[in-house]
Design a protein around this ligand. Sequence first.
Ligand code: DHK
Length: 149
Amino acid sequence: MSEMKPIYVLNGPNLNRLGKREPEIYGHDTLADVEAWCREAAGLRPVVFMQTNSEEKLIDLVHEAIDEGVGIIINPAAFTFTSLALLDALKMFKGPIIEFHISNVHRREAIYHRSYVSMTATTVMAGLGAKGYPIAVKALELLISEGKR
Ligand code: DHK
């Protein structure tokens, strides 16, 4: 039984269709592939890996991370740009938060340019593709080791 507190890798709406959804933007790898890569990159660190299309459920998962977790990687997908409730939940988290986007949202339509989540995220990663998720896991471990928020 690992004594290490888990990291939370949380994914928002439509990411359950990764691999089939606009593959020219998001690629052909699936969320199951991403989960496996994250667990491999985390090594002994427990990983809570979740996806939901529900804003309420995503916020409930952030609340769980507040009580149980040591770091968060979140791809809020469309809720990035719309949800003050998600921003308010993330503000409560005491550990490092990486806001993650598969695509470079700043190179896309203007609707994707203003992130509420960036107002509280420790760092933002965007444009590395799905294979960026395990890099985010390594980056989160660095932030945890440095006690960054
Ligand atoms: C994923 C989504 O679903 C979009 O709503 C965002 C983000 C981009 C991504 O690149 O992972 O705009």
